[in-house]
Design a binder for this molecule. Structure first.
Ligand code: ADP
Ligand code: AMP
Length: 214
C-alpha cells in the first residue's frame, strides 16, 4: 500500500499517517521529522534545512528528493509506506513518479486532509511536539496526560519554532502556492481521495479506512 498524505501544514497529516502506519503495518516516512532529526544531530543536511524551515520556506527540492528515494529503497518499504510531507512541489511529485516507474511501480493513494486556513492557525498554535521522539499533541484537541510531558517517552513538549503565528502565515502562503497544485496533479493521475479534516481525529481516520479498506 503506497500512500501520500496531502494537506496544509497542521491539517493532521502526521496524526493520520501514524494511525495508518500502525493499522496497515507500513512505515511512516515524514520528511519534516527527518529534517528535525538531522537538525538535532547537527548534520550538514540539518544545518542547511534549518535556514529554510525557520523562515517557513520549503527546503530546496534537490535536498529532499534523493533522501526520500533512498529511504523508499530500504527493505521495510517493500510492502508500501505512508509519505507525510512529501511531495510538496510538482517537481518532487514528478521525481517520485519517475523513481517509482523505474521500479515498475506506481503511487496508489493520495489522501488530501482538507482543512480551511481559519482552523489551521488554531491547530498549529496549540500543537506541541516532543523533543525526544517527535510525537505530537494539541493542548486542546489531543492533550498529553501530564502537561508539557510526552506520554510515550517522558521528554519535554515544545511549540515548534515554525508553529509561531508569523511563520504559520508564511507556511500557509507557501502551501497554497507550491503544494496545492498537487491536488490537480493527483486528481489527473486518478488517485486523489479527499477527507474532511475538520472533524474529530478518530472520525477522520474512519473516513481514511473506508478508502483504504479494513
Ligand atoms: P500536519 O502533520 O498536517 O502538519 P499534525 O498531524 O501535526 O499536522 O496536526 C496539527 C495539530 O492539530 C496537532 O497539534 C494535532 O494534535 C492536531 N490535530 C490533528 N488532527 C486533528 C483533528 N482532526 N482535530 C483537531 N486537532 C487535530
Ligand atoms: P512538516 O513537519 O511536514 O510540517 O515540515 C516542516 C518543514 O520542513 C517545512 O515547513 C519545510 O520547510 C520542510 N520540509 C518538509 N518536507 C519537505 C518537502 N517535501 N519539501 C521541502 N521542504 C520540506
Amino acid at each position: 500500500m503506497k500512500i501520500i498524505m496531502l494537506g496544509a501544514p497542521g491539517a493532521g497529516k502526521g496524526t493520520q499517517a501514524k494511525k495508518i502506519a500502525e493499522k496497515y503495518q507500513i512505515p511512516h516516512i515524514s520528511t519534516g521529522d527527518i529534517f528535525r532529526a538531522n537538525i538535532k544531530a547537527g548534520t550538514e543536511l540539518g544545518n542547511k534545512a534549518k535556514t529554510y524551515m525557520d523562515q517557513g520556506l520549503l527546503v530546496p527540492d534537490e535536498l529532499v528528493v534523493d533522501l526520500v528515494v533512498d529511504r523508499l529503497a530500504q527493505e521495510d518499504c517493500a510492502n508500501g509506506y505512508v509519505l507525510d510531507g512529501f511531495p510538496r512541489t510538482i517537481p518532487q511529485a514528478e521525481s517520485l513518479d519517475a523513481a517509482l516507474a523505474k521500479l515498475g511501480e506506481k503511487m496508489e493513494y493520495a489522501i488530501d486532509v482538507n482543512v480551511p486556513d481559519e482552523n489551521i492557525v488554531k491547530r498549529m498554535g496549540g500543537r506541541r511536539a516532543c523533543v525526544g521522539c517527535g510525537a505530537t499533541y494539541h493542548i486542546e484537541f489531543n492533550p498529553p496526560k501530564k502537561e508539557g510531558t510526552c506520554d510515550s517517552c517522558g521528554e519535554n513538549l515544545i511549540l515548534r519554532d515554525d508553529d509561531k503565528p508569523e511563520t504559520v502565515q508564511k507556511r500557509l502562503g507557501v502551501y497554497h502556492e507550491q503544494t496545492q497544485p498537487l491536488i490537480d496533479y493527483y486528481t489527473n493521475a486518478g488517485i486523489l481521495k479527499t477527507v474532511d479534516g475538520t472533524v474529530d481525529m478518530n472520525d477522520v481516520f474512519t473516513s481514511i479506512v473506508q478508502i483504504l479498506g479494513e
